[in-house]
Structure formats: C-alpha cells, structure tokens
Write a protein that binds this ligand. Structure first.
Ligand code: WT7
Length: 648
C-alpha cells in the first residue's frame, strides 16, 4: 500500500480522544467476549430507566427473536430531553439552518421540551394512544424532530416518509402501517424552488382511509386545498395546547418507529426499531464515532426522512445532550459555498455528510472553499455509499485541511447505527475503507457456500451476533424479516453487501449483492421501478440496472420493451421518465433509457441482468459466459445500439 494512502492517528488526536487504539482494542475484545456486561455498563452510563431490566440480552438470531433489556422501562423523549433540563435547560438542542440563510434560529432543551409536550398533548387530543402510528411527511424543518419526539413521549410509533416520495408511495406506507394522524406542511423550500407537500398528502389520502386528522405546519404560506373535517393548522392547536405532558413509561422492546426502505423484491419493508436498544446504540455510536466532547456542535446534513436523520440528527445527539444542526437547505443554494458558510456560522466541530454531496461540491473546485475558514472542524464523517478515494482526498485535504479525521461509516436502515467505522483517536485511515467493527459488532465474510473465510478475503458480509440497535422485525411481516436477513445464512445477520478484508483486518465494502441500487446514497429497488414502468400503457417489459455515475455513485439505466403498437421516440423517453417520477417521487430520476425490442434471457426466461449491467456500463470487452442465452440476437442488438446512447 502507498504510504500516502495510509493516515495513522496523530499522537495529539489520540491523546484527547474518547478512545485511543489501546482503549479500542481492549474494549472491543471485552465487548465481544462479554457482550452482556459491556452493553449493561453502557446502558447504565448512558440512559435513564424508570425500571431496571430482568435480562440484558435474550435473543435467538436464527429464530428471529431479538430482545435487549427485557423488563426495563424508559421513555425515549425523557432520555433525549427531560433529563438534561436540570443542568442544561438553556443549552441549545437544535440549531435550525433555514433554506434562506438569513432565517436561522436555535431551540434550547427547555424550548424543545415545551414544543414536544404541547404537540404530544395535541396528538393525544386527536385520539393518539400508545402504540398508534403517526405518519410524518415534512420537509426538513425543526418541527419534524419535534414531531418524532412528541410521538416518543406518548408511546406512539412514528413513521417518517421522506418528502421526495410521491403521493402513491406515501399512500402505500400509510396503508401498511395504518397511521391515524398525519403531520405535514403546506409546502417546503428546496433551493429556489417550493415543493408541494400538502397537495401530495391530499392526493395520497384519496387512496387510503386510515388517516383521520391532518396537522398542517405553515412553512411556505402557499395556497393549499383545505378539508375542514380533517385538516388542522399546527399553529392554531399548538397555541392552545398545554405544555405539561407526562412521559409514557415504555417497555424496552416497545416499538419506537417504523421506517420504510426498499427491498430487492416486493413492496418496501417497514423496518421496525424498538426503544432501549435502539437509543443506546444511537447514543454510543454517536459518542465514539464522532469523538463527541461536551460543547461540540454537530451537523449531520441528512434529511430526517432517512435513518441517518433519525439516528444522527435527532436520537444520537440528543441522548448525549449535544447540539445538533438541522439543515433545511441544499448544498448549492444560494451558492456552492453553503455548507462551508454554515460550518463557519455555527462553528461546527463534527460534520457528517454523503459522498454524493462531497463529489458534487468537489466538481466546483476550491473557490467556494476559499471564502470560508472551517477552522472549527475536527471530524468529517461520510455515509451512504463507498466514498471513492478521489472524493476522500478532497474531503480530507481541502475541506478538513489535513487536520480532521475522516470517519467512513458503513451501516444500514436496519442496523440502527454504525457497524463499521474508524474511530477518530483509534483507527488509522485508508481512503475508501470503512476499516473496523464498532464495539460489540462481529463481522464475518462468507463464501457463496456460507463458509466463513479467514484472513484477507472477499465475499458476503454478515454479522455474527445481534446488537442492541438492530431492527426487530418488518412491520406486520415477521416472516419477511426472517427470510430477508436471517434465513439466507443461518446464525448470521445478512447485510446484502459484499466486502473485502485486507491484511490488516480492515473491511472494504464492495457494494450490494442484490438488485438494489445506491443512487446518491439512497436505496432503490430495481424491481419496484420495473413494476411501475410496466404499468405505463406503452411499456411491455422493463429491466432496470445501475451503471457508474460520476456524482450519484450509481445512475439508473432502463431497458424498455415497448408494446407492439408503440413507436419509440425521444418524446416517449421523456414521458416515461416523468411517469416514474410522478408515480414514485421526484428522487426516482431515470438517467438513461435504451429501447430493447427483446431482452437477453436464459432459456428458462430469466433476464440476464449481469449482461445488462455490462452493456449499461459500456464494458463490453469481457461479457463472460453467454451460453445459457436463449437468443443471442437480443444481446447483440442491444450492444450495437448502446453506442447511440449518450452517457451524460
Ligand atoms: C446501504 C444501506 C446507512 C445510512 C444511509 C444508507 C450502503 C451505506 C456505506 C459506506 C459503503 C455504504 C450499503 C448499505 N452504504 N454506508 N460507508 N460505505 N457502502 O442507508 O438506505 O439503508 O442503505 O448503503 O450498501 O447496505 P440505507
């Protein structure tokens, strides 16, 4: 390995860090040989319980039974807010940085407490009880975090749906979890655009009848339709609400939230996280991965609609009594220096973003950096997809001025928090490498027969033991939970990712092993996009694959077979692209379409995606074994025609 591709921990960093290399080694060994003692100590140090547990750990991974701290009682909002009030009532919990840079404000823990109690009382007044589901469909505003915490306070289960999902996608999620109340807004800001939010809710509610009340937050003051039997202005009800709301005592394993994520087959999965274990894992990873010190300002740029927003905008920071910046804007508005401006403005110490954002800013060159100092930064985090070395170097050398440790955190919606990551004071860095397991995590690499590989190797990444932050089920489909994660390799949690382990025992993620795409750090199911496309009257058949894309990581490439009576045209391509965006949401932007009069299939009728991926990537030199193809003309025609498709 090149010496420049290896960044040992500077002595001064190790000295001031929460954990240095020795601490990590010792604690890690302890955490995997004595997991119950380890997590029990962490729980005692980090959380407040109103009743202690009977057992720390009572799981059976292959049977799909995952239980931590059974018998214990706690409340998540109490742990995130109330217990900090004694010493830190006036400390800032959230800094909200508005899309418009002149409109930012802060909420102290005391102020947050008041808002959360009021909204919790409003929810109760509209019939929400412990265990009921509340859907949150909002742009990135502080009220999104308030809404999550209000649910947690009264034991309601929140299901946040990202604002970039369509009305149909929203309706499906409401149906699946049978949410009774919706919390939304009139509109949202995104750069110089205003996005329709309430209009999508209105559309979604034509297709589902579970929602009884819609609480609407006034954000953009744009005109909206109003259904007076159902719709309620947030500011009206909040004005009158009582600010005293006791915390509902919850069992450790009571559900905290459902968050939908794409699977490789079928409809999106409602990933279910529960209370004590999830919060403990979010709190512990936040503390160690970002080397949090009292007084640090932390900024995670993710939207609350994703797990990153749940664990590292809200639950992890607040459980640590930290100050968390919530960002309602975009990296390019008003210009490409926005991230760096915000870092200087709020003196951000710990910064956490996605490779896709880093790459798109890197493309702008260093001029936008030069107007800012970024001296406050100490840690730079990355999440969502592998960070390519070029982007890593730019992040490390230019954004962080070679002073900041880069933590490349690998994890998933299902894992609740980081599973593989460097720790700032403990782990030498390698660009593009997620390095070492977090405390309590035992990764393994399997070959295709399911045997564990030793030493340096490459294969299927699995986890050997459950951990407190792991999902407990798929909402109302426990069998799917077992089938997806636990049945593929008995006794292991199956991640769906491939990985390499090098000579030093460091882990490198090689990408998904299934038909899931990672576009700009978001998960897309190829099957879901295909089934949307075939609903269009012009489409007979569709196959979606990913291809390498400069900023998005992967782009979406669609092969489409048209109905016999339909003529291909550029106009039809545009129509199909907008059809998918409209049906699934604006984040589902197909990048390229290739007409496929026939798709290459095996004799048993299976589409040969491996070949389609090669054609999409324009990597035609080595197609591998094509002997199982039913009709080689289909393949040859696609290869020939590929040259006519321009890769943007
Ligand atoms: C998938 C999970 C985890 C929150 C954001 C995405 C990929 C995530 C990394 C990383 C390489 C990564 C994996 C994983 N991924 N982080 N640091 N290096 N790949 O959550 O939507 O559940 O997606 O994102 O493929 O399985 P998600």
């Amino acid at each position: 390995m090149e010496p420049t591709d290896y960044y040992p921990v500077p002595h001064a960093v190790a000295k001031h860090a929460n954990l240095d290399a020795n601490d990590y080694q010792q604690l890690y060994q302890y955490s995997i040989t004595h997991p119950e003692q380890f997590w029990e100590e962490q729980a005692k140090a980090r959380l407040s319980f109103s009743k202690s547990w009977d057992t720390v750990h009572n799981s059976n991974l292959s049977q799909g039974k995952i239980r931590w701290f059974e018998g214990a009682q706690l409340n998540i909002a109490y742990n995130c807010i109330d217990r900090h009030l004694k010493k830190h009532a006036d400390k800032v919990a959230f800094i909200f940085e508005h899309n418009d840079p002149t409109q930012s404000y802060s909420l102290t823990y005391q102020q947050l407490h008041e808002q959360v109690c009021k909204l919790a009382n409003v929810l109760k007044a509209y019939g929400i009880e412990k265990g009921d589901r509340v859907c949150i469909y909002l742009p990135m505003i502080a009220e999104a975090a308030i809404a999550m915490l209000a649910c947690a306070r009264i034991g309601a289960i929140h299901s946040v749906v990202f604002g970039g999902f369509s009305a149909d996608a929203l309706a499906n999620r409401i149906d699946d979890c049978q949410a009774k109340v919706m919390i939304t807004s009139d509109g949202g800001y995104r750069g110089n655009k205003i996005t329709p939010v309430k209009a999508n809710v209105d559309k979604a509610l034509q297709h589902t009848s579970y929602i009884k009340h819609v609480i609407v937050i006034e954000v953009t003051k744009t005109p909206i339709d109003w259904n007076s039997e159902r719709d309620i202005w947030y500011h009206h009800v909040m004005e009158k609400a009582n600010n005293d709301c006791p915390c509902e005592p919850m069992q450790a394993e009571d559900p905290l939230f459902i968050l939908y994520t794409s699977g490789s087959t079928g409809k999106p999965k409602g990933v279910l996280h529960t209370s004590a274990g999830y919060l403990l894992y979010a709190a512990t990873t936040f503390d160690y991965t970002f080397d949090y010190h009292e007084g640090d300002i932390f900024w995670c740029t993710a939207d609350i609609g994703w797990i990153t927003g749940h664990s590292y905008c809200v639950y992890g920071p607040l459980a640590n009594g930290a100050t968390s910046v919530l960002f309602g804007g975009t990296p390019d508005y008003p210009d490409y220096s926005r991230f760096w401006q915000v870092i200087d403005k709020h003196q951000v110490n710990l910064f956490y973003t996605a490779p896709t954002a880093i790459r798109s800013l890197m493309r702008q060159g260093n001029a936008p950096l030069q107007t800012t100092s970024r001296q406050s930064l100490r840690i730079l985090g990355s999440v969502g997809e592998p960070i390519n070395p070029e982007a890593w170097h730019w992040y490390y050398h230019h954004v962080g001025q070679e002073r900041c440790r880069v933590v490349d955190t690998w994890w998933q919606t299902e894992t609740g928090g980081h599973l593989l990551t460097p720790l700032p004071g403990a782990t030498p860095l390698k660009p593009g490498c997620a390095t070492q397991p977090f405390l309590g995590i035992q990764p393994a690499i399997l070959d295709t027969d399911g045997n564990e590989c030793q030493g340096a190797c490459e294969g299927i990444l699995v986890i050997k033991q459950d951990w407190p932050g792991m999902l407990r089920s798929i909402w109302q489909n426990h069998q799917r939970f077992i089938d997806t994660y636990l049945a593929p390799y008995k006794g292991y949690y199956f991640t769906g990712d491939g990985a390499k382990r090098d000579q030093d025992g460091d882990y490198w993620i090689t990408g998904r092993m299934d038909d899931i795409l990672n576009v700009s750090g978001h998960r897309f199911s190829t099957a879901e996009i295909e089934s949307t496309l075939v609903k269009h009257p012009a489409v007979a058949e569709a196959a979606i694959v990913g291809y390498p894309h400069d900023t998005k990581g992967q782009g979406i490439y669609a092969y489409i077979t048209l109905m016999n009576n339909t003529q291909p045209s550029d106009d039809l391509k545009k129509q199909l692209i907008s059809y998918v965006r409209q049906k699934m949401g604006p984040i589902y932007g197909i990048d390229l379409i290739q007409w496929a009069p026939n798709l290459p299939k095996t004799r048993s009728g299976k589409i040969m995606r491996r070949l389609l991926r090669k054609i999409a990537a324009n990597k035609l030199d080595n197609l591998g074994d094509t002997s199982t193809l039913a009709d080689s003309d289909a393949l040859n025609n696609l290869i020939e025609d590929r040259q006519n498709i321009e890769t943007p």
